[in-house]
Write a protein that binds this ligand. Structure first.
Ligand SMILES: [Zn+2]
Ligand SMILES: [Zn+2]
Length: 538
């Protein structure tokens, strides 16, 4: 935001100032896309505008926030992998961040409802809400803030996904793996590092299909869309076979051929052959309505009628709703699932021992790509790969990504929660975006009892560490209910230009670092005199 009172020349120089400020901010690891928020201090009654790092709020993270986030993830991975005691899982008092997210979520909902009331397009709000819901879960809160608003559908038994034929051990109530004691009395805590891939869709050379015309893009698209479900099934099967509550920390990464694959740190160990057997037996069925016949296309599209829903433009017939379509599917004895997916034959299983360089290397590997989106692996100078990505994006464009996807209209079904303005091929779901390559799920999948901590608590750890280093731990713990947060309306005149705000944060960081260094020097000095003292006494 530029101040009108500034001379024109200064105003024109501002973008440059901003670039410089961004560079400086990056060097200091300061967020370069801070989100201004209004904060009410309930102790003093004063409102002020505070910059919150983008990494703490929205999903789009600037490079410094992405880097910090990666370091947090590495700490989280390390802490849980070779845990030697059961984690105590108790719900915590909501943190500031959690409460802020809930309030922010409520505001978004109000905006969304208002837009819907006025008959405006609310899809941007929906997308924002979806993002914040994911953040809310990430911040360590479970479930959806609205709770379950509709009763869960009971699928008929015939459609239940049966457990595949696998050995089954008796369940024991532990999350810890076995240990082994060596002849020297040393206790070994082995664990696993597993890589799972999707099957082949056609021959690949240098990351691109040899024959794009026979490469199965539809299957590749569907596998990517439902990848996280297959991972869930794998974990269920893994626990059944292992006979204990196996915990994992996994990341989803793109392969060169643009299919997602999974790296998974598993606590405890199983025979390699069993892991391979589980991967081979794991499958997931997508029980969605069939999409083999395109009914509406081009200009021939269903029309919206207020209070009724989407109609066939020629006959005026109301299209079946999502629930009706599922009921039809349930009633049809001969129906097949829309999609059945499995892992590919390539399964890599590596045994790892706690505290070895191997374990460290795996942790680095697990978090290697976390600062990038899936689509970032695309090489801009490789036309063949660009073309391959284009074909995949085109397949994904028309594939229904979720029950609420606008693409269901193409197959004469009203999407779940249908609203005006929907058109096939223009769903705003994340999965259709080129950056996501069909995978809209989370990049990091962490089981509930991985470590004692949520990501928010790992952040808190770092905060405590700084306070300790500053010698300020004697202070009473901060009052969690002290602050109330509100979004700042766009165009608020009280917000300084970004360059100014960035430099302000950098200055703060400099002061803080200097203070830390000073305290460190003092502490070292004390240590030194203590050593001398002992030296003399000895
Ligand atoms: Zn940021
Ligand atoms: Zn969609």
């Amino acid at each position: 935001m530029t101040h009108r009172s500034l001379p024109r020349a200064v105003r024109q120089a501002m973008p440059l100032a901003r670039e410089v400020a961004e560079e400086v901010a990056k060097q200091y690891g300061v967020c370069i896309r801070p989100v201004p928020l209004k904060r009410l201090d309930t102790h003093t009654g004063a409102w002020e505008i505070v910059d919150v790092p983008c990494g703490a709020t929205l999903e789009a993270k600037c490079p410094p926030c992405a880097k910090r986030n990666r370091q947090l993830r590495m700490a989280q991975c390390r802490e849980g992998w070779h845990l030697d005691h059961e984690p105590a899982i108790t719900p915590d008092e909501p943190s500031d961040e959690q409460r802020w997210l809930i309030e922010f979520r409520a505001d978004l909902q109000a905006h969304r409802d208002q837009a819907a009331c006025l008959g405006e397009d609310a899809s941007d709000w929906d997308a924002a809400i979806e993002g914040v819901d994911a953040e809310i879960n990430e911040a360590g809160m479970r479930g959806n803030v609205l709770g379950r608003t509709v009763p869960k559908r009971n699928r008929s038994t015939r459609r239940r996904q049966d457990a595949p034929d696998l050995p089954k051990r008796k369940m024991t109530a532990t999350t810890l793996g076995r240990t082994f004691t060596g002849s020297d009395g040393k206790v070994y805590r082995p664990s696993l590092f597993v890589t799972l891939t999707l099957p082949s869709y056609g021959k690949i050379r240098d990351g691109v299909p040899l024959d794009p015309d026979t490469y199965d893009y539809a299957r590749a698209a569907r596998d990517a869309l439902h990848f996280s479900k297959l991972v869930d099934r794998f974990v269920q099967n893994l626990r059944r076979v292992a006979g204990y509550d196996v915990q994992y920390f996994a990341t989803v990464e793109p392969q060169k051929r643009l299919a997602p694959h999974l790296h998974m740190a598993i606590r405890g160990t199983l025979p390699r052959a069993e892991i391979k057997q589980i991967a081979a037996a794991t499958y997931h069925q997508v029980w969605w309505p069939a999409v083999d016949r395109v009914v509406f296309d081009g200009d021939h599209l269903p029309v919206w009628e207020e209070g009724v829903g989407y109609l066939d433009p020629a006959t005026g017939e109301v299209l079946p709703t999502w629930d009706e379509a599922l009921d039809q599917l349930d009633a049809d004895e001969a129906a097949d699932p829309l999609h059945v997916m499995r892992f590919g034959a390539q399964v890599d299983v590596q045994g790892v021992l706690a505290g070895t360089p191997d374990a460290d290397q795996c942790i680095r590997y697990l978090s290697k790509y976390l600062t990038k989106t899936l689509g970032d692996s695309l090489d801009p100078d490789n036309p063949a790969q660009r073309e391959h990505a284009g074909r995949l994006a085109e397949a994904l464009r028309w594939e229904p990504c979720s029950p609420t996807c606008a693409n269901w209209l193409r197959y004469a079904i009203q999407p779940k929660g249908a609203k005006p303005g929907m058109a096939p091929g223009r769903c705003r779901g994340k999965a259709h975006k080129p950056d996501h390559l069909g995978y809209a799920g989370r990049r990091v999948l962490v089981s509930r009892k991985w470590s004692n901590k949520t990501l928010a608590e790992h952040k808190q750890d770092r905060h405590t560490w700084v306070l300790e280093a500053l010698g300020q731990t004697d202070q009473p713990p901060p009052d969690p209910h002290r602050y109330v947060w509100k979004p700042v309306p766009a165009g608020d005149a009280n917000i300084a230009p970004l360059a100014v705000r960035l430099l302000r944060t950098v200055a703060e960081r400099q002061r803080w670092r200097a203070h830390l260094a000073q305290l460190q020097a003092q502490a070292d000095g004390q240590d030194l005199s203590a050593t001398e003292h002992t030296g003399r006494a000895a």
